[in-house]
Write a protein that binds this ligand. Structure first.
Ligand code: NAD
Length: 253
């Protein structure tokens, strides 16, 4: 407890799954957290459960004007911004032949453009304070392919490389801002649950996922949130531009 005392954070996609559990852990460690999501009602409910260390705002990460006003409001409320977690994202199961151009663009607009806008405006705001940690949610799907994940693979692979460019730019400019990507495998969240539910035989689908993981379980949101706490804290001040894989051994195979 207290590893993030005095720090402030903005989390996207904070109404659900990894973004929600991250907000809970950041607040437990003493950070003040601006929880944002496209779903205002849901993020309001979750922020109220966390209590005094949490506030909330609506943010559609694909809208540049919303980023600008939400970051302004966050700094007004908290006086500074130390941590930005780009967790909002979407998955679409479709191979390269099935996917329409419209869906391809939508997945990239959320997963890639939304993360780019967060990095662009997050750096602009954080550099005024001379320090900061940006944490981008990529995936193991940003490192290894899946036959039916054309747009998801492409967008998450791009987030991985965008992260390195942001990290190197900030290092070169001497801003004191670090930027790292996180690469989880299957994590028990509403995103994964809906993929399992939509499959023809959900129980078989779940067992198939578990069999792919050497540690023989699906990950928990806390497995990811704990890594984010480390990257957000001063324990990781020499860590930038890197890829944190949280996958029970999947890509070691
Ligand atoms: N769950 C997994 O197995 C898994 C594995 C690897 C990577 N990830 C990545 O982790 C991140 C979080 O995933 P999750 O499992 O917690 O998903 P989730 O579906 O539980 O939560 C995603 C949240 O993002 C919000 N969101 C969607 N579009 C948005 C937009 N345009 N603007 C703002 N908010 C928006 C949703 O309202 C939701 O609250 C995603 O980037 C995902 O790709 C998840």
């Amino acid at each position: 407890m207290g590893r993030l005392e005095g720090k402030t954070a903005l989390v996207t996609g904070a109404a659900s799954g990894i973004g929600l559990q991250t907000s809970i852990r950041l607040a437990e460690e003493g950070a003040r957290v601006m929880m944002t999501d496209i779903n205002l009602e849901k993020v309001r409910q979750q922020a109220e459960k966390i209590g005094a260390n949490a506030a909330f705002l609506k943010l559609d990460i694909t809208e540049e004007e919303e980023w600008i006003s939400v970051l302004d409001e966050t700094v007004k409320r908290f006086d500074r911004l130390d941590i930005l977690v780009n967790s909002a994202g979407m998955v679409l199961i479709a191979d390269v032949e099935q996917i329409t151009l419209e869906d391809w663009r939508k997945v990239h607009a959320v997963n890639l453009d939304g993360t780019f806008l967060g990095c662009k405006h997050g750096v602009r705001v954080m550099k005024e304070f001379g320090a900061g940690s940006i944490i981008n949610l990529s995936s193991v799907s940003g490192m290894i392919g899946g036959f039916n994940l054309a747009a998801y693979n492409s967008s998450k692979g791009a987030v991985r490389m965008l992260t390195k460019s942001v990290a190197l730019h900030c290092a070169r400019a001497g801003y004191g801002i670090r930027c790292n990507s996180i690469h989880p495998t299957f994590i028990e969240t509403p995103m994964l649950e809906s993929m399992i539910r939509d499959s023809p035989d959900p129980e078989k689908a779940r067992q198939t996922l578990v069999r792919q993981v050497p540690l023989r379980r699906i990950g928990k949101p806390d497995d990811v949130a704990n890594m984010i706490v480390y990257l957000a804290s001063d324990e990781s001040t020499f860590v930038t531009g890197t890829e944190m894989v949280i996958d029970g051994g999947v890509i070691a195979q």
